[in-house]
Design a protein around this ligand. Sequence first.
Ligand SMILES: Cc1ncc(C[n+]2csc(CCOP(=O)(O)OP(=O)(O)O)c2C)c(N)n1
Ligand SMILES: [Mg+2]
Length: 544
Amino acid sequence: MTGAELLVAALENEGVKRIFGVPGEENLDVVDALRRSGIELVLTRHEQAAAFMAATHGRLTGEPGVCLATLGPGALNLTTGAAYAQLGAMPMVMLTGQKGILSRKQARFQIVDIVSTMTPLTKMAHRIVGTATIPSIVREAFRVARQERPGPVHLELPEDVAAEQAPEVPLIPPPAAAMPIADPAALERAAQLIRAARYPLLMLGAAASRPRLAAALSDFVRRVQIPFFNTQMGKGAVAGGSGLYMGTAALSARDYVHTCVDRADLIVSIGHDTVEKPPFLMGPGGPTVLHVGYLPATVEEVYFPHAELVGDIGPSLRLLADRLEGKLPRAGALLNLREGILARIAERADESRYPPTPQRIVRDVRRVMPEDGIVCLDNGMYKIWFARNYRTRVANTLLLDNALATMGAGLPSAMMAAMLHPGRRVLAVCGDGGFMMSSQELETAVRLKLGVVVLILEDNAYGMIRWKQAADGFADFGMTFGNPDFVTLARAYGMQGTRVAGPDGLEPALEAAFAAGGMHLVVVPVDYSENMRVLVEELGRIRE
Ligand SMILES: Cc1ncc(C[n+]2csc(CCOP(=O)(O)OP(=O)(O)O)c2C)c(N)n1
Ligand SMILES: [Mg+2]
């Protein structure tokens, strides 16, 4: 058995089914070992997309997604995906090749110190220097990637180590994972705080969306009946129409949802990760904040919880609910604000204009997406509108990135969602800027026969930055561009394309695209004057 074969056997031992990437000559031993394995090699057209797909695999399943690239240029193309997984807490394993380490037949050609490059972008970055260590290093890589707080790891396999004969080394079976539960004294303190609160409010953060937490979290909310709001990445974490949803904090202050945040005297912050743009700003004299997390809170200028409940969140919440259920007469004290907040959010969603407003676009998308349909956003102005206006009832049905907030991940993340859930509707929503950063992956999606509808919002601009420029009083400069004819572009990739041509055309266009199945692109112009009118004039957006 060679080093490459041992590596592939170790990956199979971890349950890996697919590897995404673009190989180079330094990976050829690994590629050949993959050919003879049960693992599928999924070629992408850019390494960045491979990393976004692998990270999304981790995000949606809890199991590390795996991507592969060659040395130097290929490995460097993984770096944005590494940061995406690192900030977004998505388990991922990145494999890169390297020239041989025992001789230098090509001098320094293409050699970049990738392990050093990856070190600040990952939880662990490691060069494999001998075949005997492969089973333990791979096991450790998957353990580290999966363990809270999850994230990316990087392994470099030089080509001479890959080709070398390996000694007989047994693989290490992954043990069943278990996490400690919060201790009884902390549970008692937390229960006391909640029982004493006059206006309690729950906040669900990014970690609330971990796939294994969905059922336990929904149960907790149902049992304690305290209203909740969520951060952008905590959306959907409570199943069903609970009647307790107060809104999503896409801005840090002064949005409608903040009327209840400002009134609360206790915020139970479940799974908040301060990589997200702050959902509210802590300051002197504000409400008491109780942090419930897999790990203690990271302390920030705007987040410094007064009390903590640390441990495996699901079982800890069950024990907390045991202490609270039926004993909270004031649980719903903030609920009288709910209708007002949700009505303000829904304003103008029914307006029939062309180009449509963001509110109308969100409404039309919601109408064609079943409860379990998955909407994957790229990054642009529309993210704020989807976060505020799109109602979710199933965990991880609005995938957005409020951590690295990189452009270009919308389409690859939708492709991964479609691969994992071929029976569900999957929609990628991209701006005309962000789409063009990953558009080459349409070929990958068509080749893989995926079913994704790609909705492009066209304003011929980097709209979000143009909006900030205007909101901050700068002149309108340097943010506009031209676009290809997206319908023709779609056809060139062998997929269908539709341009929405009238005020009520979006919903039927999306419905027809989903009904047709396969890959379909829909392009709609967007009226972004609402950005100024609602987010600046009405809400008095502060400089964030
Ligand atoms: C890779 C990357 N480059 C730059 C940015 C900064 N940025 C954030 S939103 C945005 C504009 C997005 O334009 P588009 O995709 O057309 O969406 P729009 O806001 O116009 O709807 C830019 C440049 C970013 N987040 N990521
Ligand atoms: Mg745009």
